[in-house]
Design a protein around this ligand. Structure first.
Ligand code: F6P
Length: 326
């Protein structure tokens, strides 16, 4: 067991449902192991500003069911500079912090990797992002909730699509990843799904829509990830209207509605397990690793690998969309 007596915890990057459950697990596991736990507010920004406060067990009461993050979050430009990181390191030392749990996505882990190597402060990370795009874990905290929010929205839009004989393009989040789009598309019975991981063939898409029209298909739904190479749902809709004007074509961008809301059971349980595992990793001297779940078991992936490699999209699911949309 290590000599660590005080740990810090923070959330960074885009908030995701379940981050609170993870903070709660870190704080209470830390206290269970007789550690002092410090909450760092607003991610790396708060680290630079010294916005750090001791957390008690009661600090995390009544938060497990809330979306967002009680520690708040930020995307910090100042942390990209050596000066910003030096100030952050000094503030952590002043607060007596000897190990840190970072909760966030790839930007957060990249920051943690650079910072902990530069200033010799032990870090571990929990995967907090709705995008599900981190290597070394099958699920990221918040993905399940975001996915269910997207499916719920697709279902509602389907009612209007069917009632008005319309084609709807629904844009979901995912700048670099199509996990939400692909799975929400399958669960929502979409005719097509456009994602950043696969080439987008708008002409092929229009041919499919024409076939559907000829078969008297009166409404259609296409789910588009925001990072799709065609440039998002509005651009695709524009092209469809230009080449095939039979449908009354509408666009709905779900946006940040996918990031909020009460986390699902799965996100709460997973966040609790990962937060607990993160503190135990610090106590065992296992640093610079991303905690995750692989095949149902807790996994530890070195930061280096978690950042460099990518979670592959399941190509069987891409095929499945085509098969099921005939
Ligand atoms: O990484 C999570 C995410 O929600 C992405 O899906 C999205 O592209 C991005 O964050 C949006 O970030 P912001 O809220 O900073 O605009």
């Amino acid at each position: 067991m290590s000599e660590i007596k005080t740990i810090g915890v923070f959330t960074s990057g885009g908030d995701s449902p379940g981050m609170n459950a993870c903070i709660r697990a870190v704080v209470r596991t830390g206290i269970y192991h007789k550690l002092r736990v410090m909450g760092i507010y607003r991610g790396y920004e708060g680290m630079i500003d010294g916005d750090i406060e001791e957390m008690k067990s009661s600090s995390v009461s009544d938060i497990i069911h809330h979306g967002g993050t009680i520690l708040q979050s930020a995307r910090s430009q100042r942390f990209r500079t050596p000066e910003g990181r030096a100030t952050a390191a000094e503030n952590l030392r002043q607060a007596g912090i000897e190990g840190v749990v970072a909760i966030g996505g790839d930007g957060t882990i990249t920051g943690a990797k650079v910072f902990s190597a530069e200033h010799k402060i032990p870090f571990v990370a929990c995967p907090g992002t709705i995008d599900n795009d981190l290597f070394g874990t099958d699920y990221t905290i918040g993905y399940d909730t975001a996915l269910n929010t997207a499916v719920y929205a697709v279902d509602k839009i389907r009612d209007t699509a069917a009632s008005h004989n319309r084609l709807f393009l629904i844009e979901v989040m995912g700048r670099d990843a199509g996990f939400i789009a692909l799975n929400a598309g399958i669960a929502g019975g979409a005719e097509a799904v456009l994602i950043p991981e696969t080439p987008t063939d708008v002409s092929g898409l229009i041919a499919t829509l024409k076939q559907g029209w000829d078969r008297k298909k009166s409404s259609s739904i296409i789910v588009v990830a925001e990072g799709d190479e065609a440039g998002g749902a509005f651009k695709v809709a524009q092209e469809i209207r230009r080449q095939f004007s039979h449908y009354d074509t509408r666009v709905t961008v779900l946006g940040h509605i996918q990031r909020g809301g009460s986390p699902t059971c799965m996100d709460r349980v997973q966040a609790s397990e990962l937060g607990n595992a993160a503190v135990r990793a610090l106590l065992n001297g296992e640093y610079s690793v991303l905690l995750g779940k692989l095949d149902g078991k807790i996994s530890k992936t070195p930061f280096e690998k978690a950042i460099k490699e990518h979670n592959d999209i399941n190509m069987n699911l891409v095929e499945l969309v085509k098969v099921l949309s005939i």
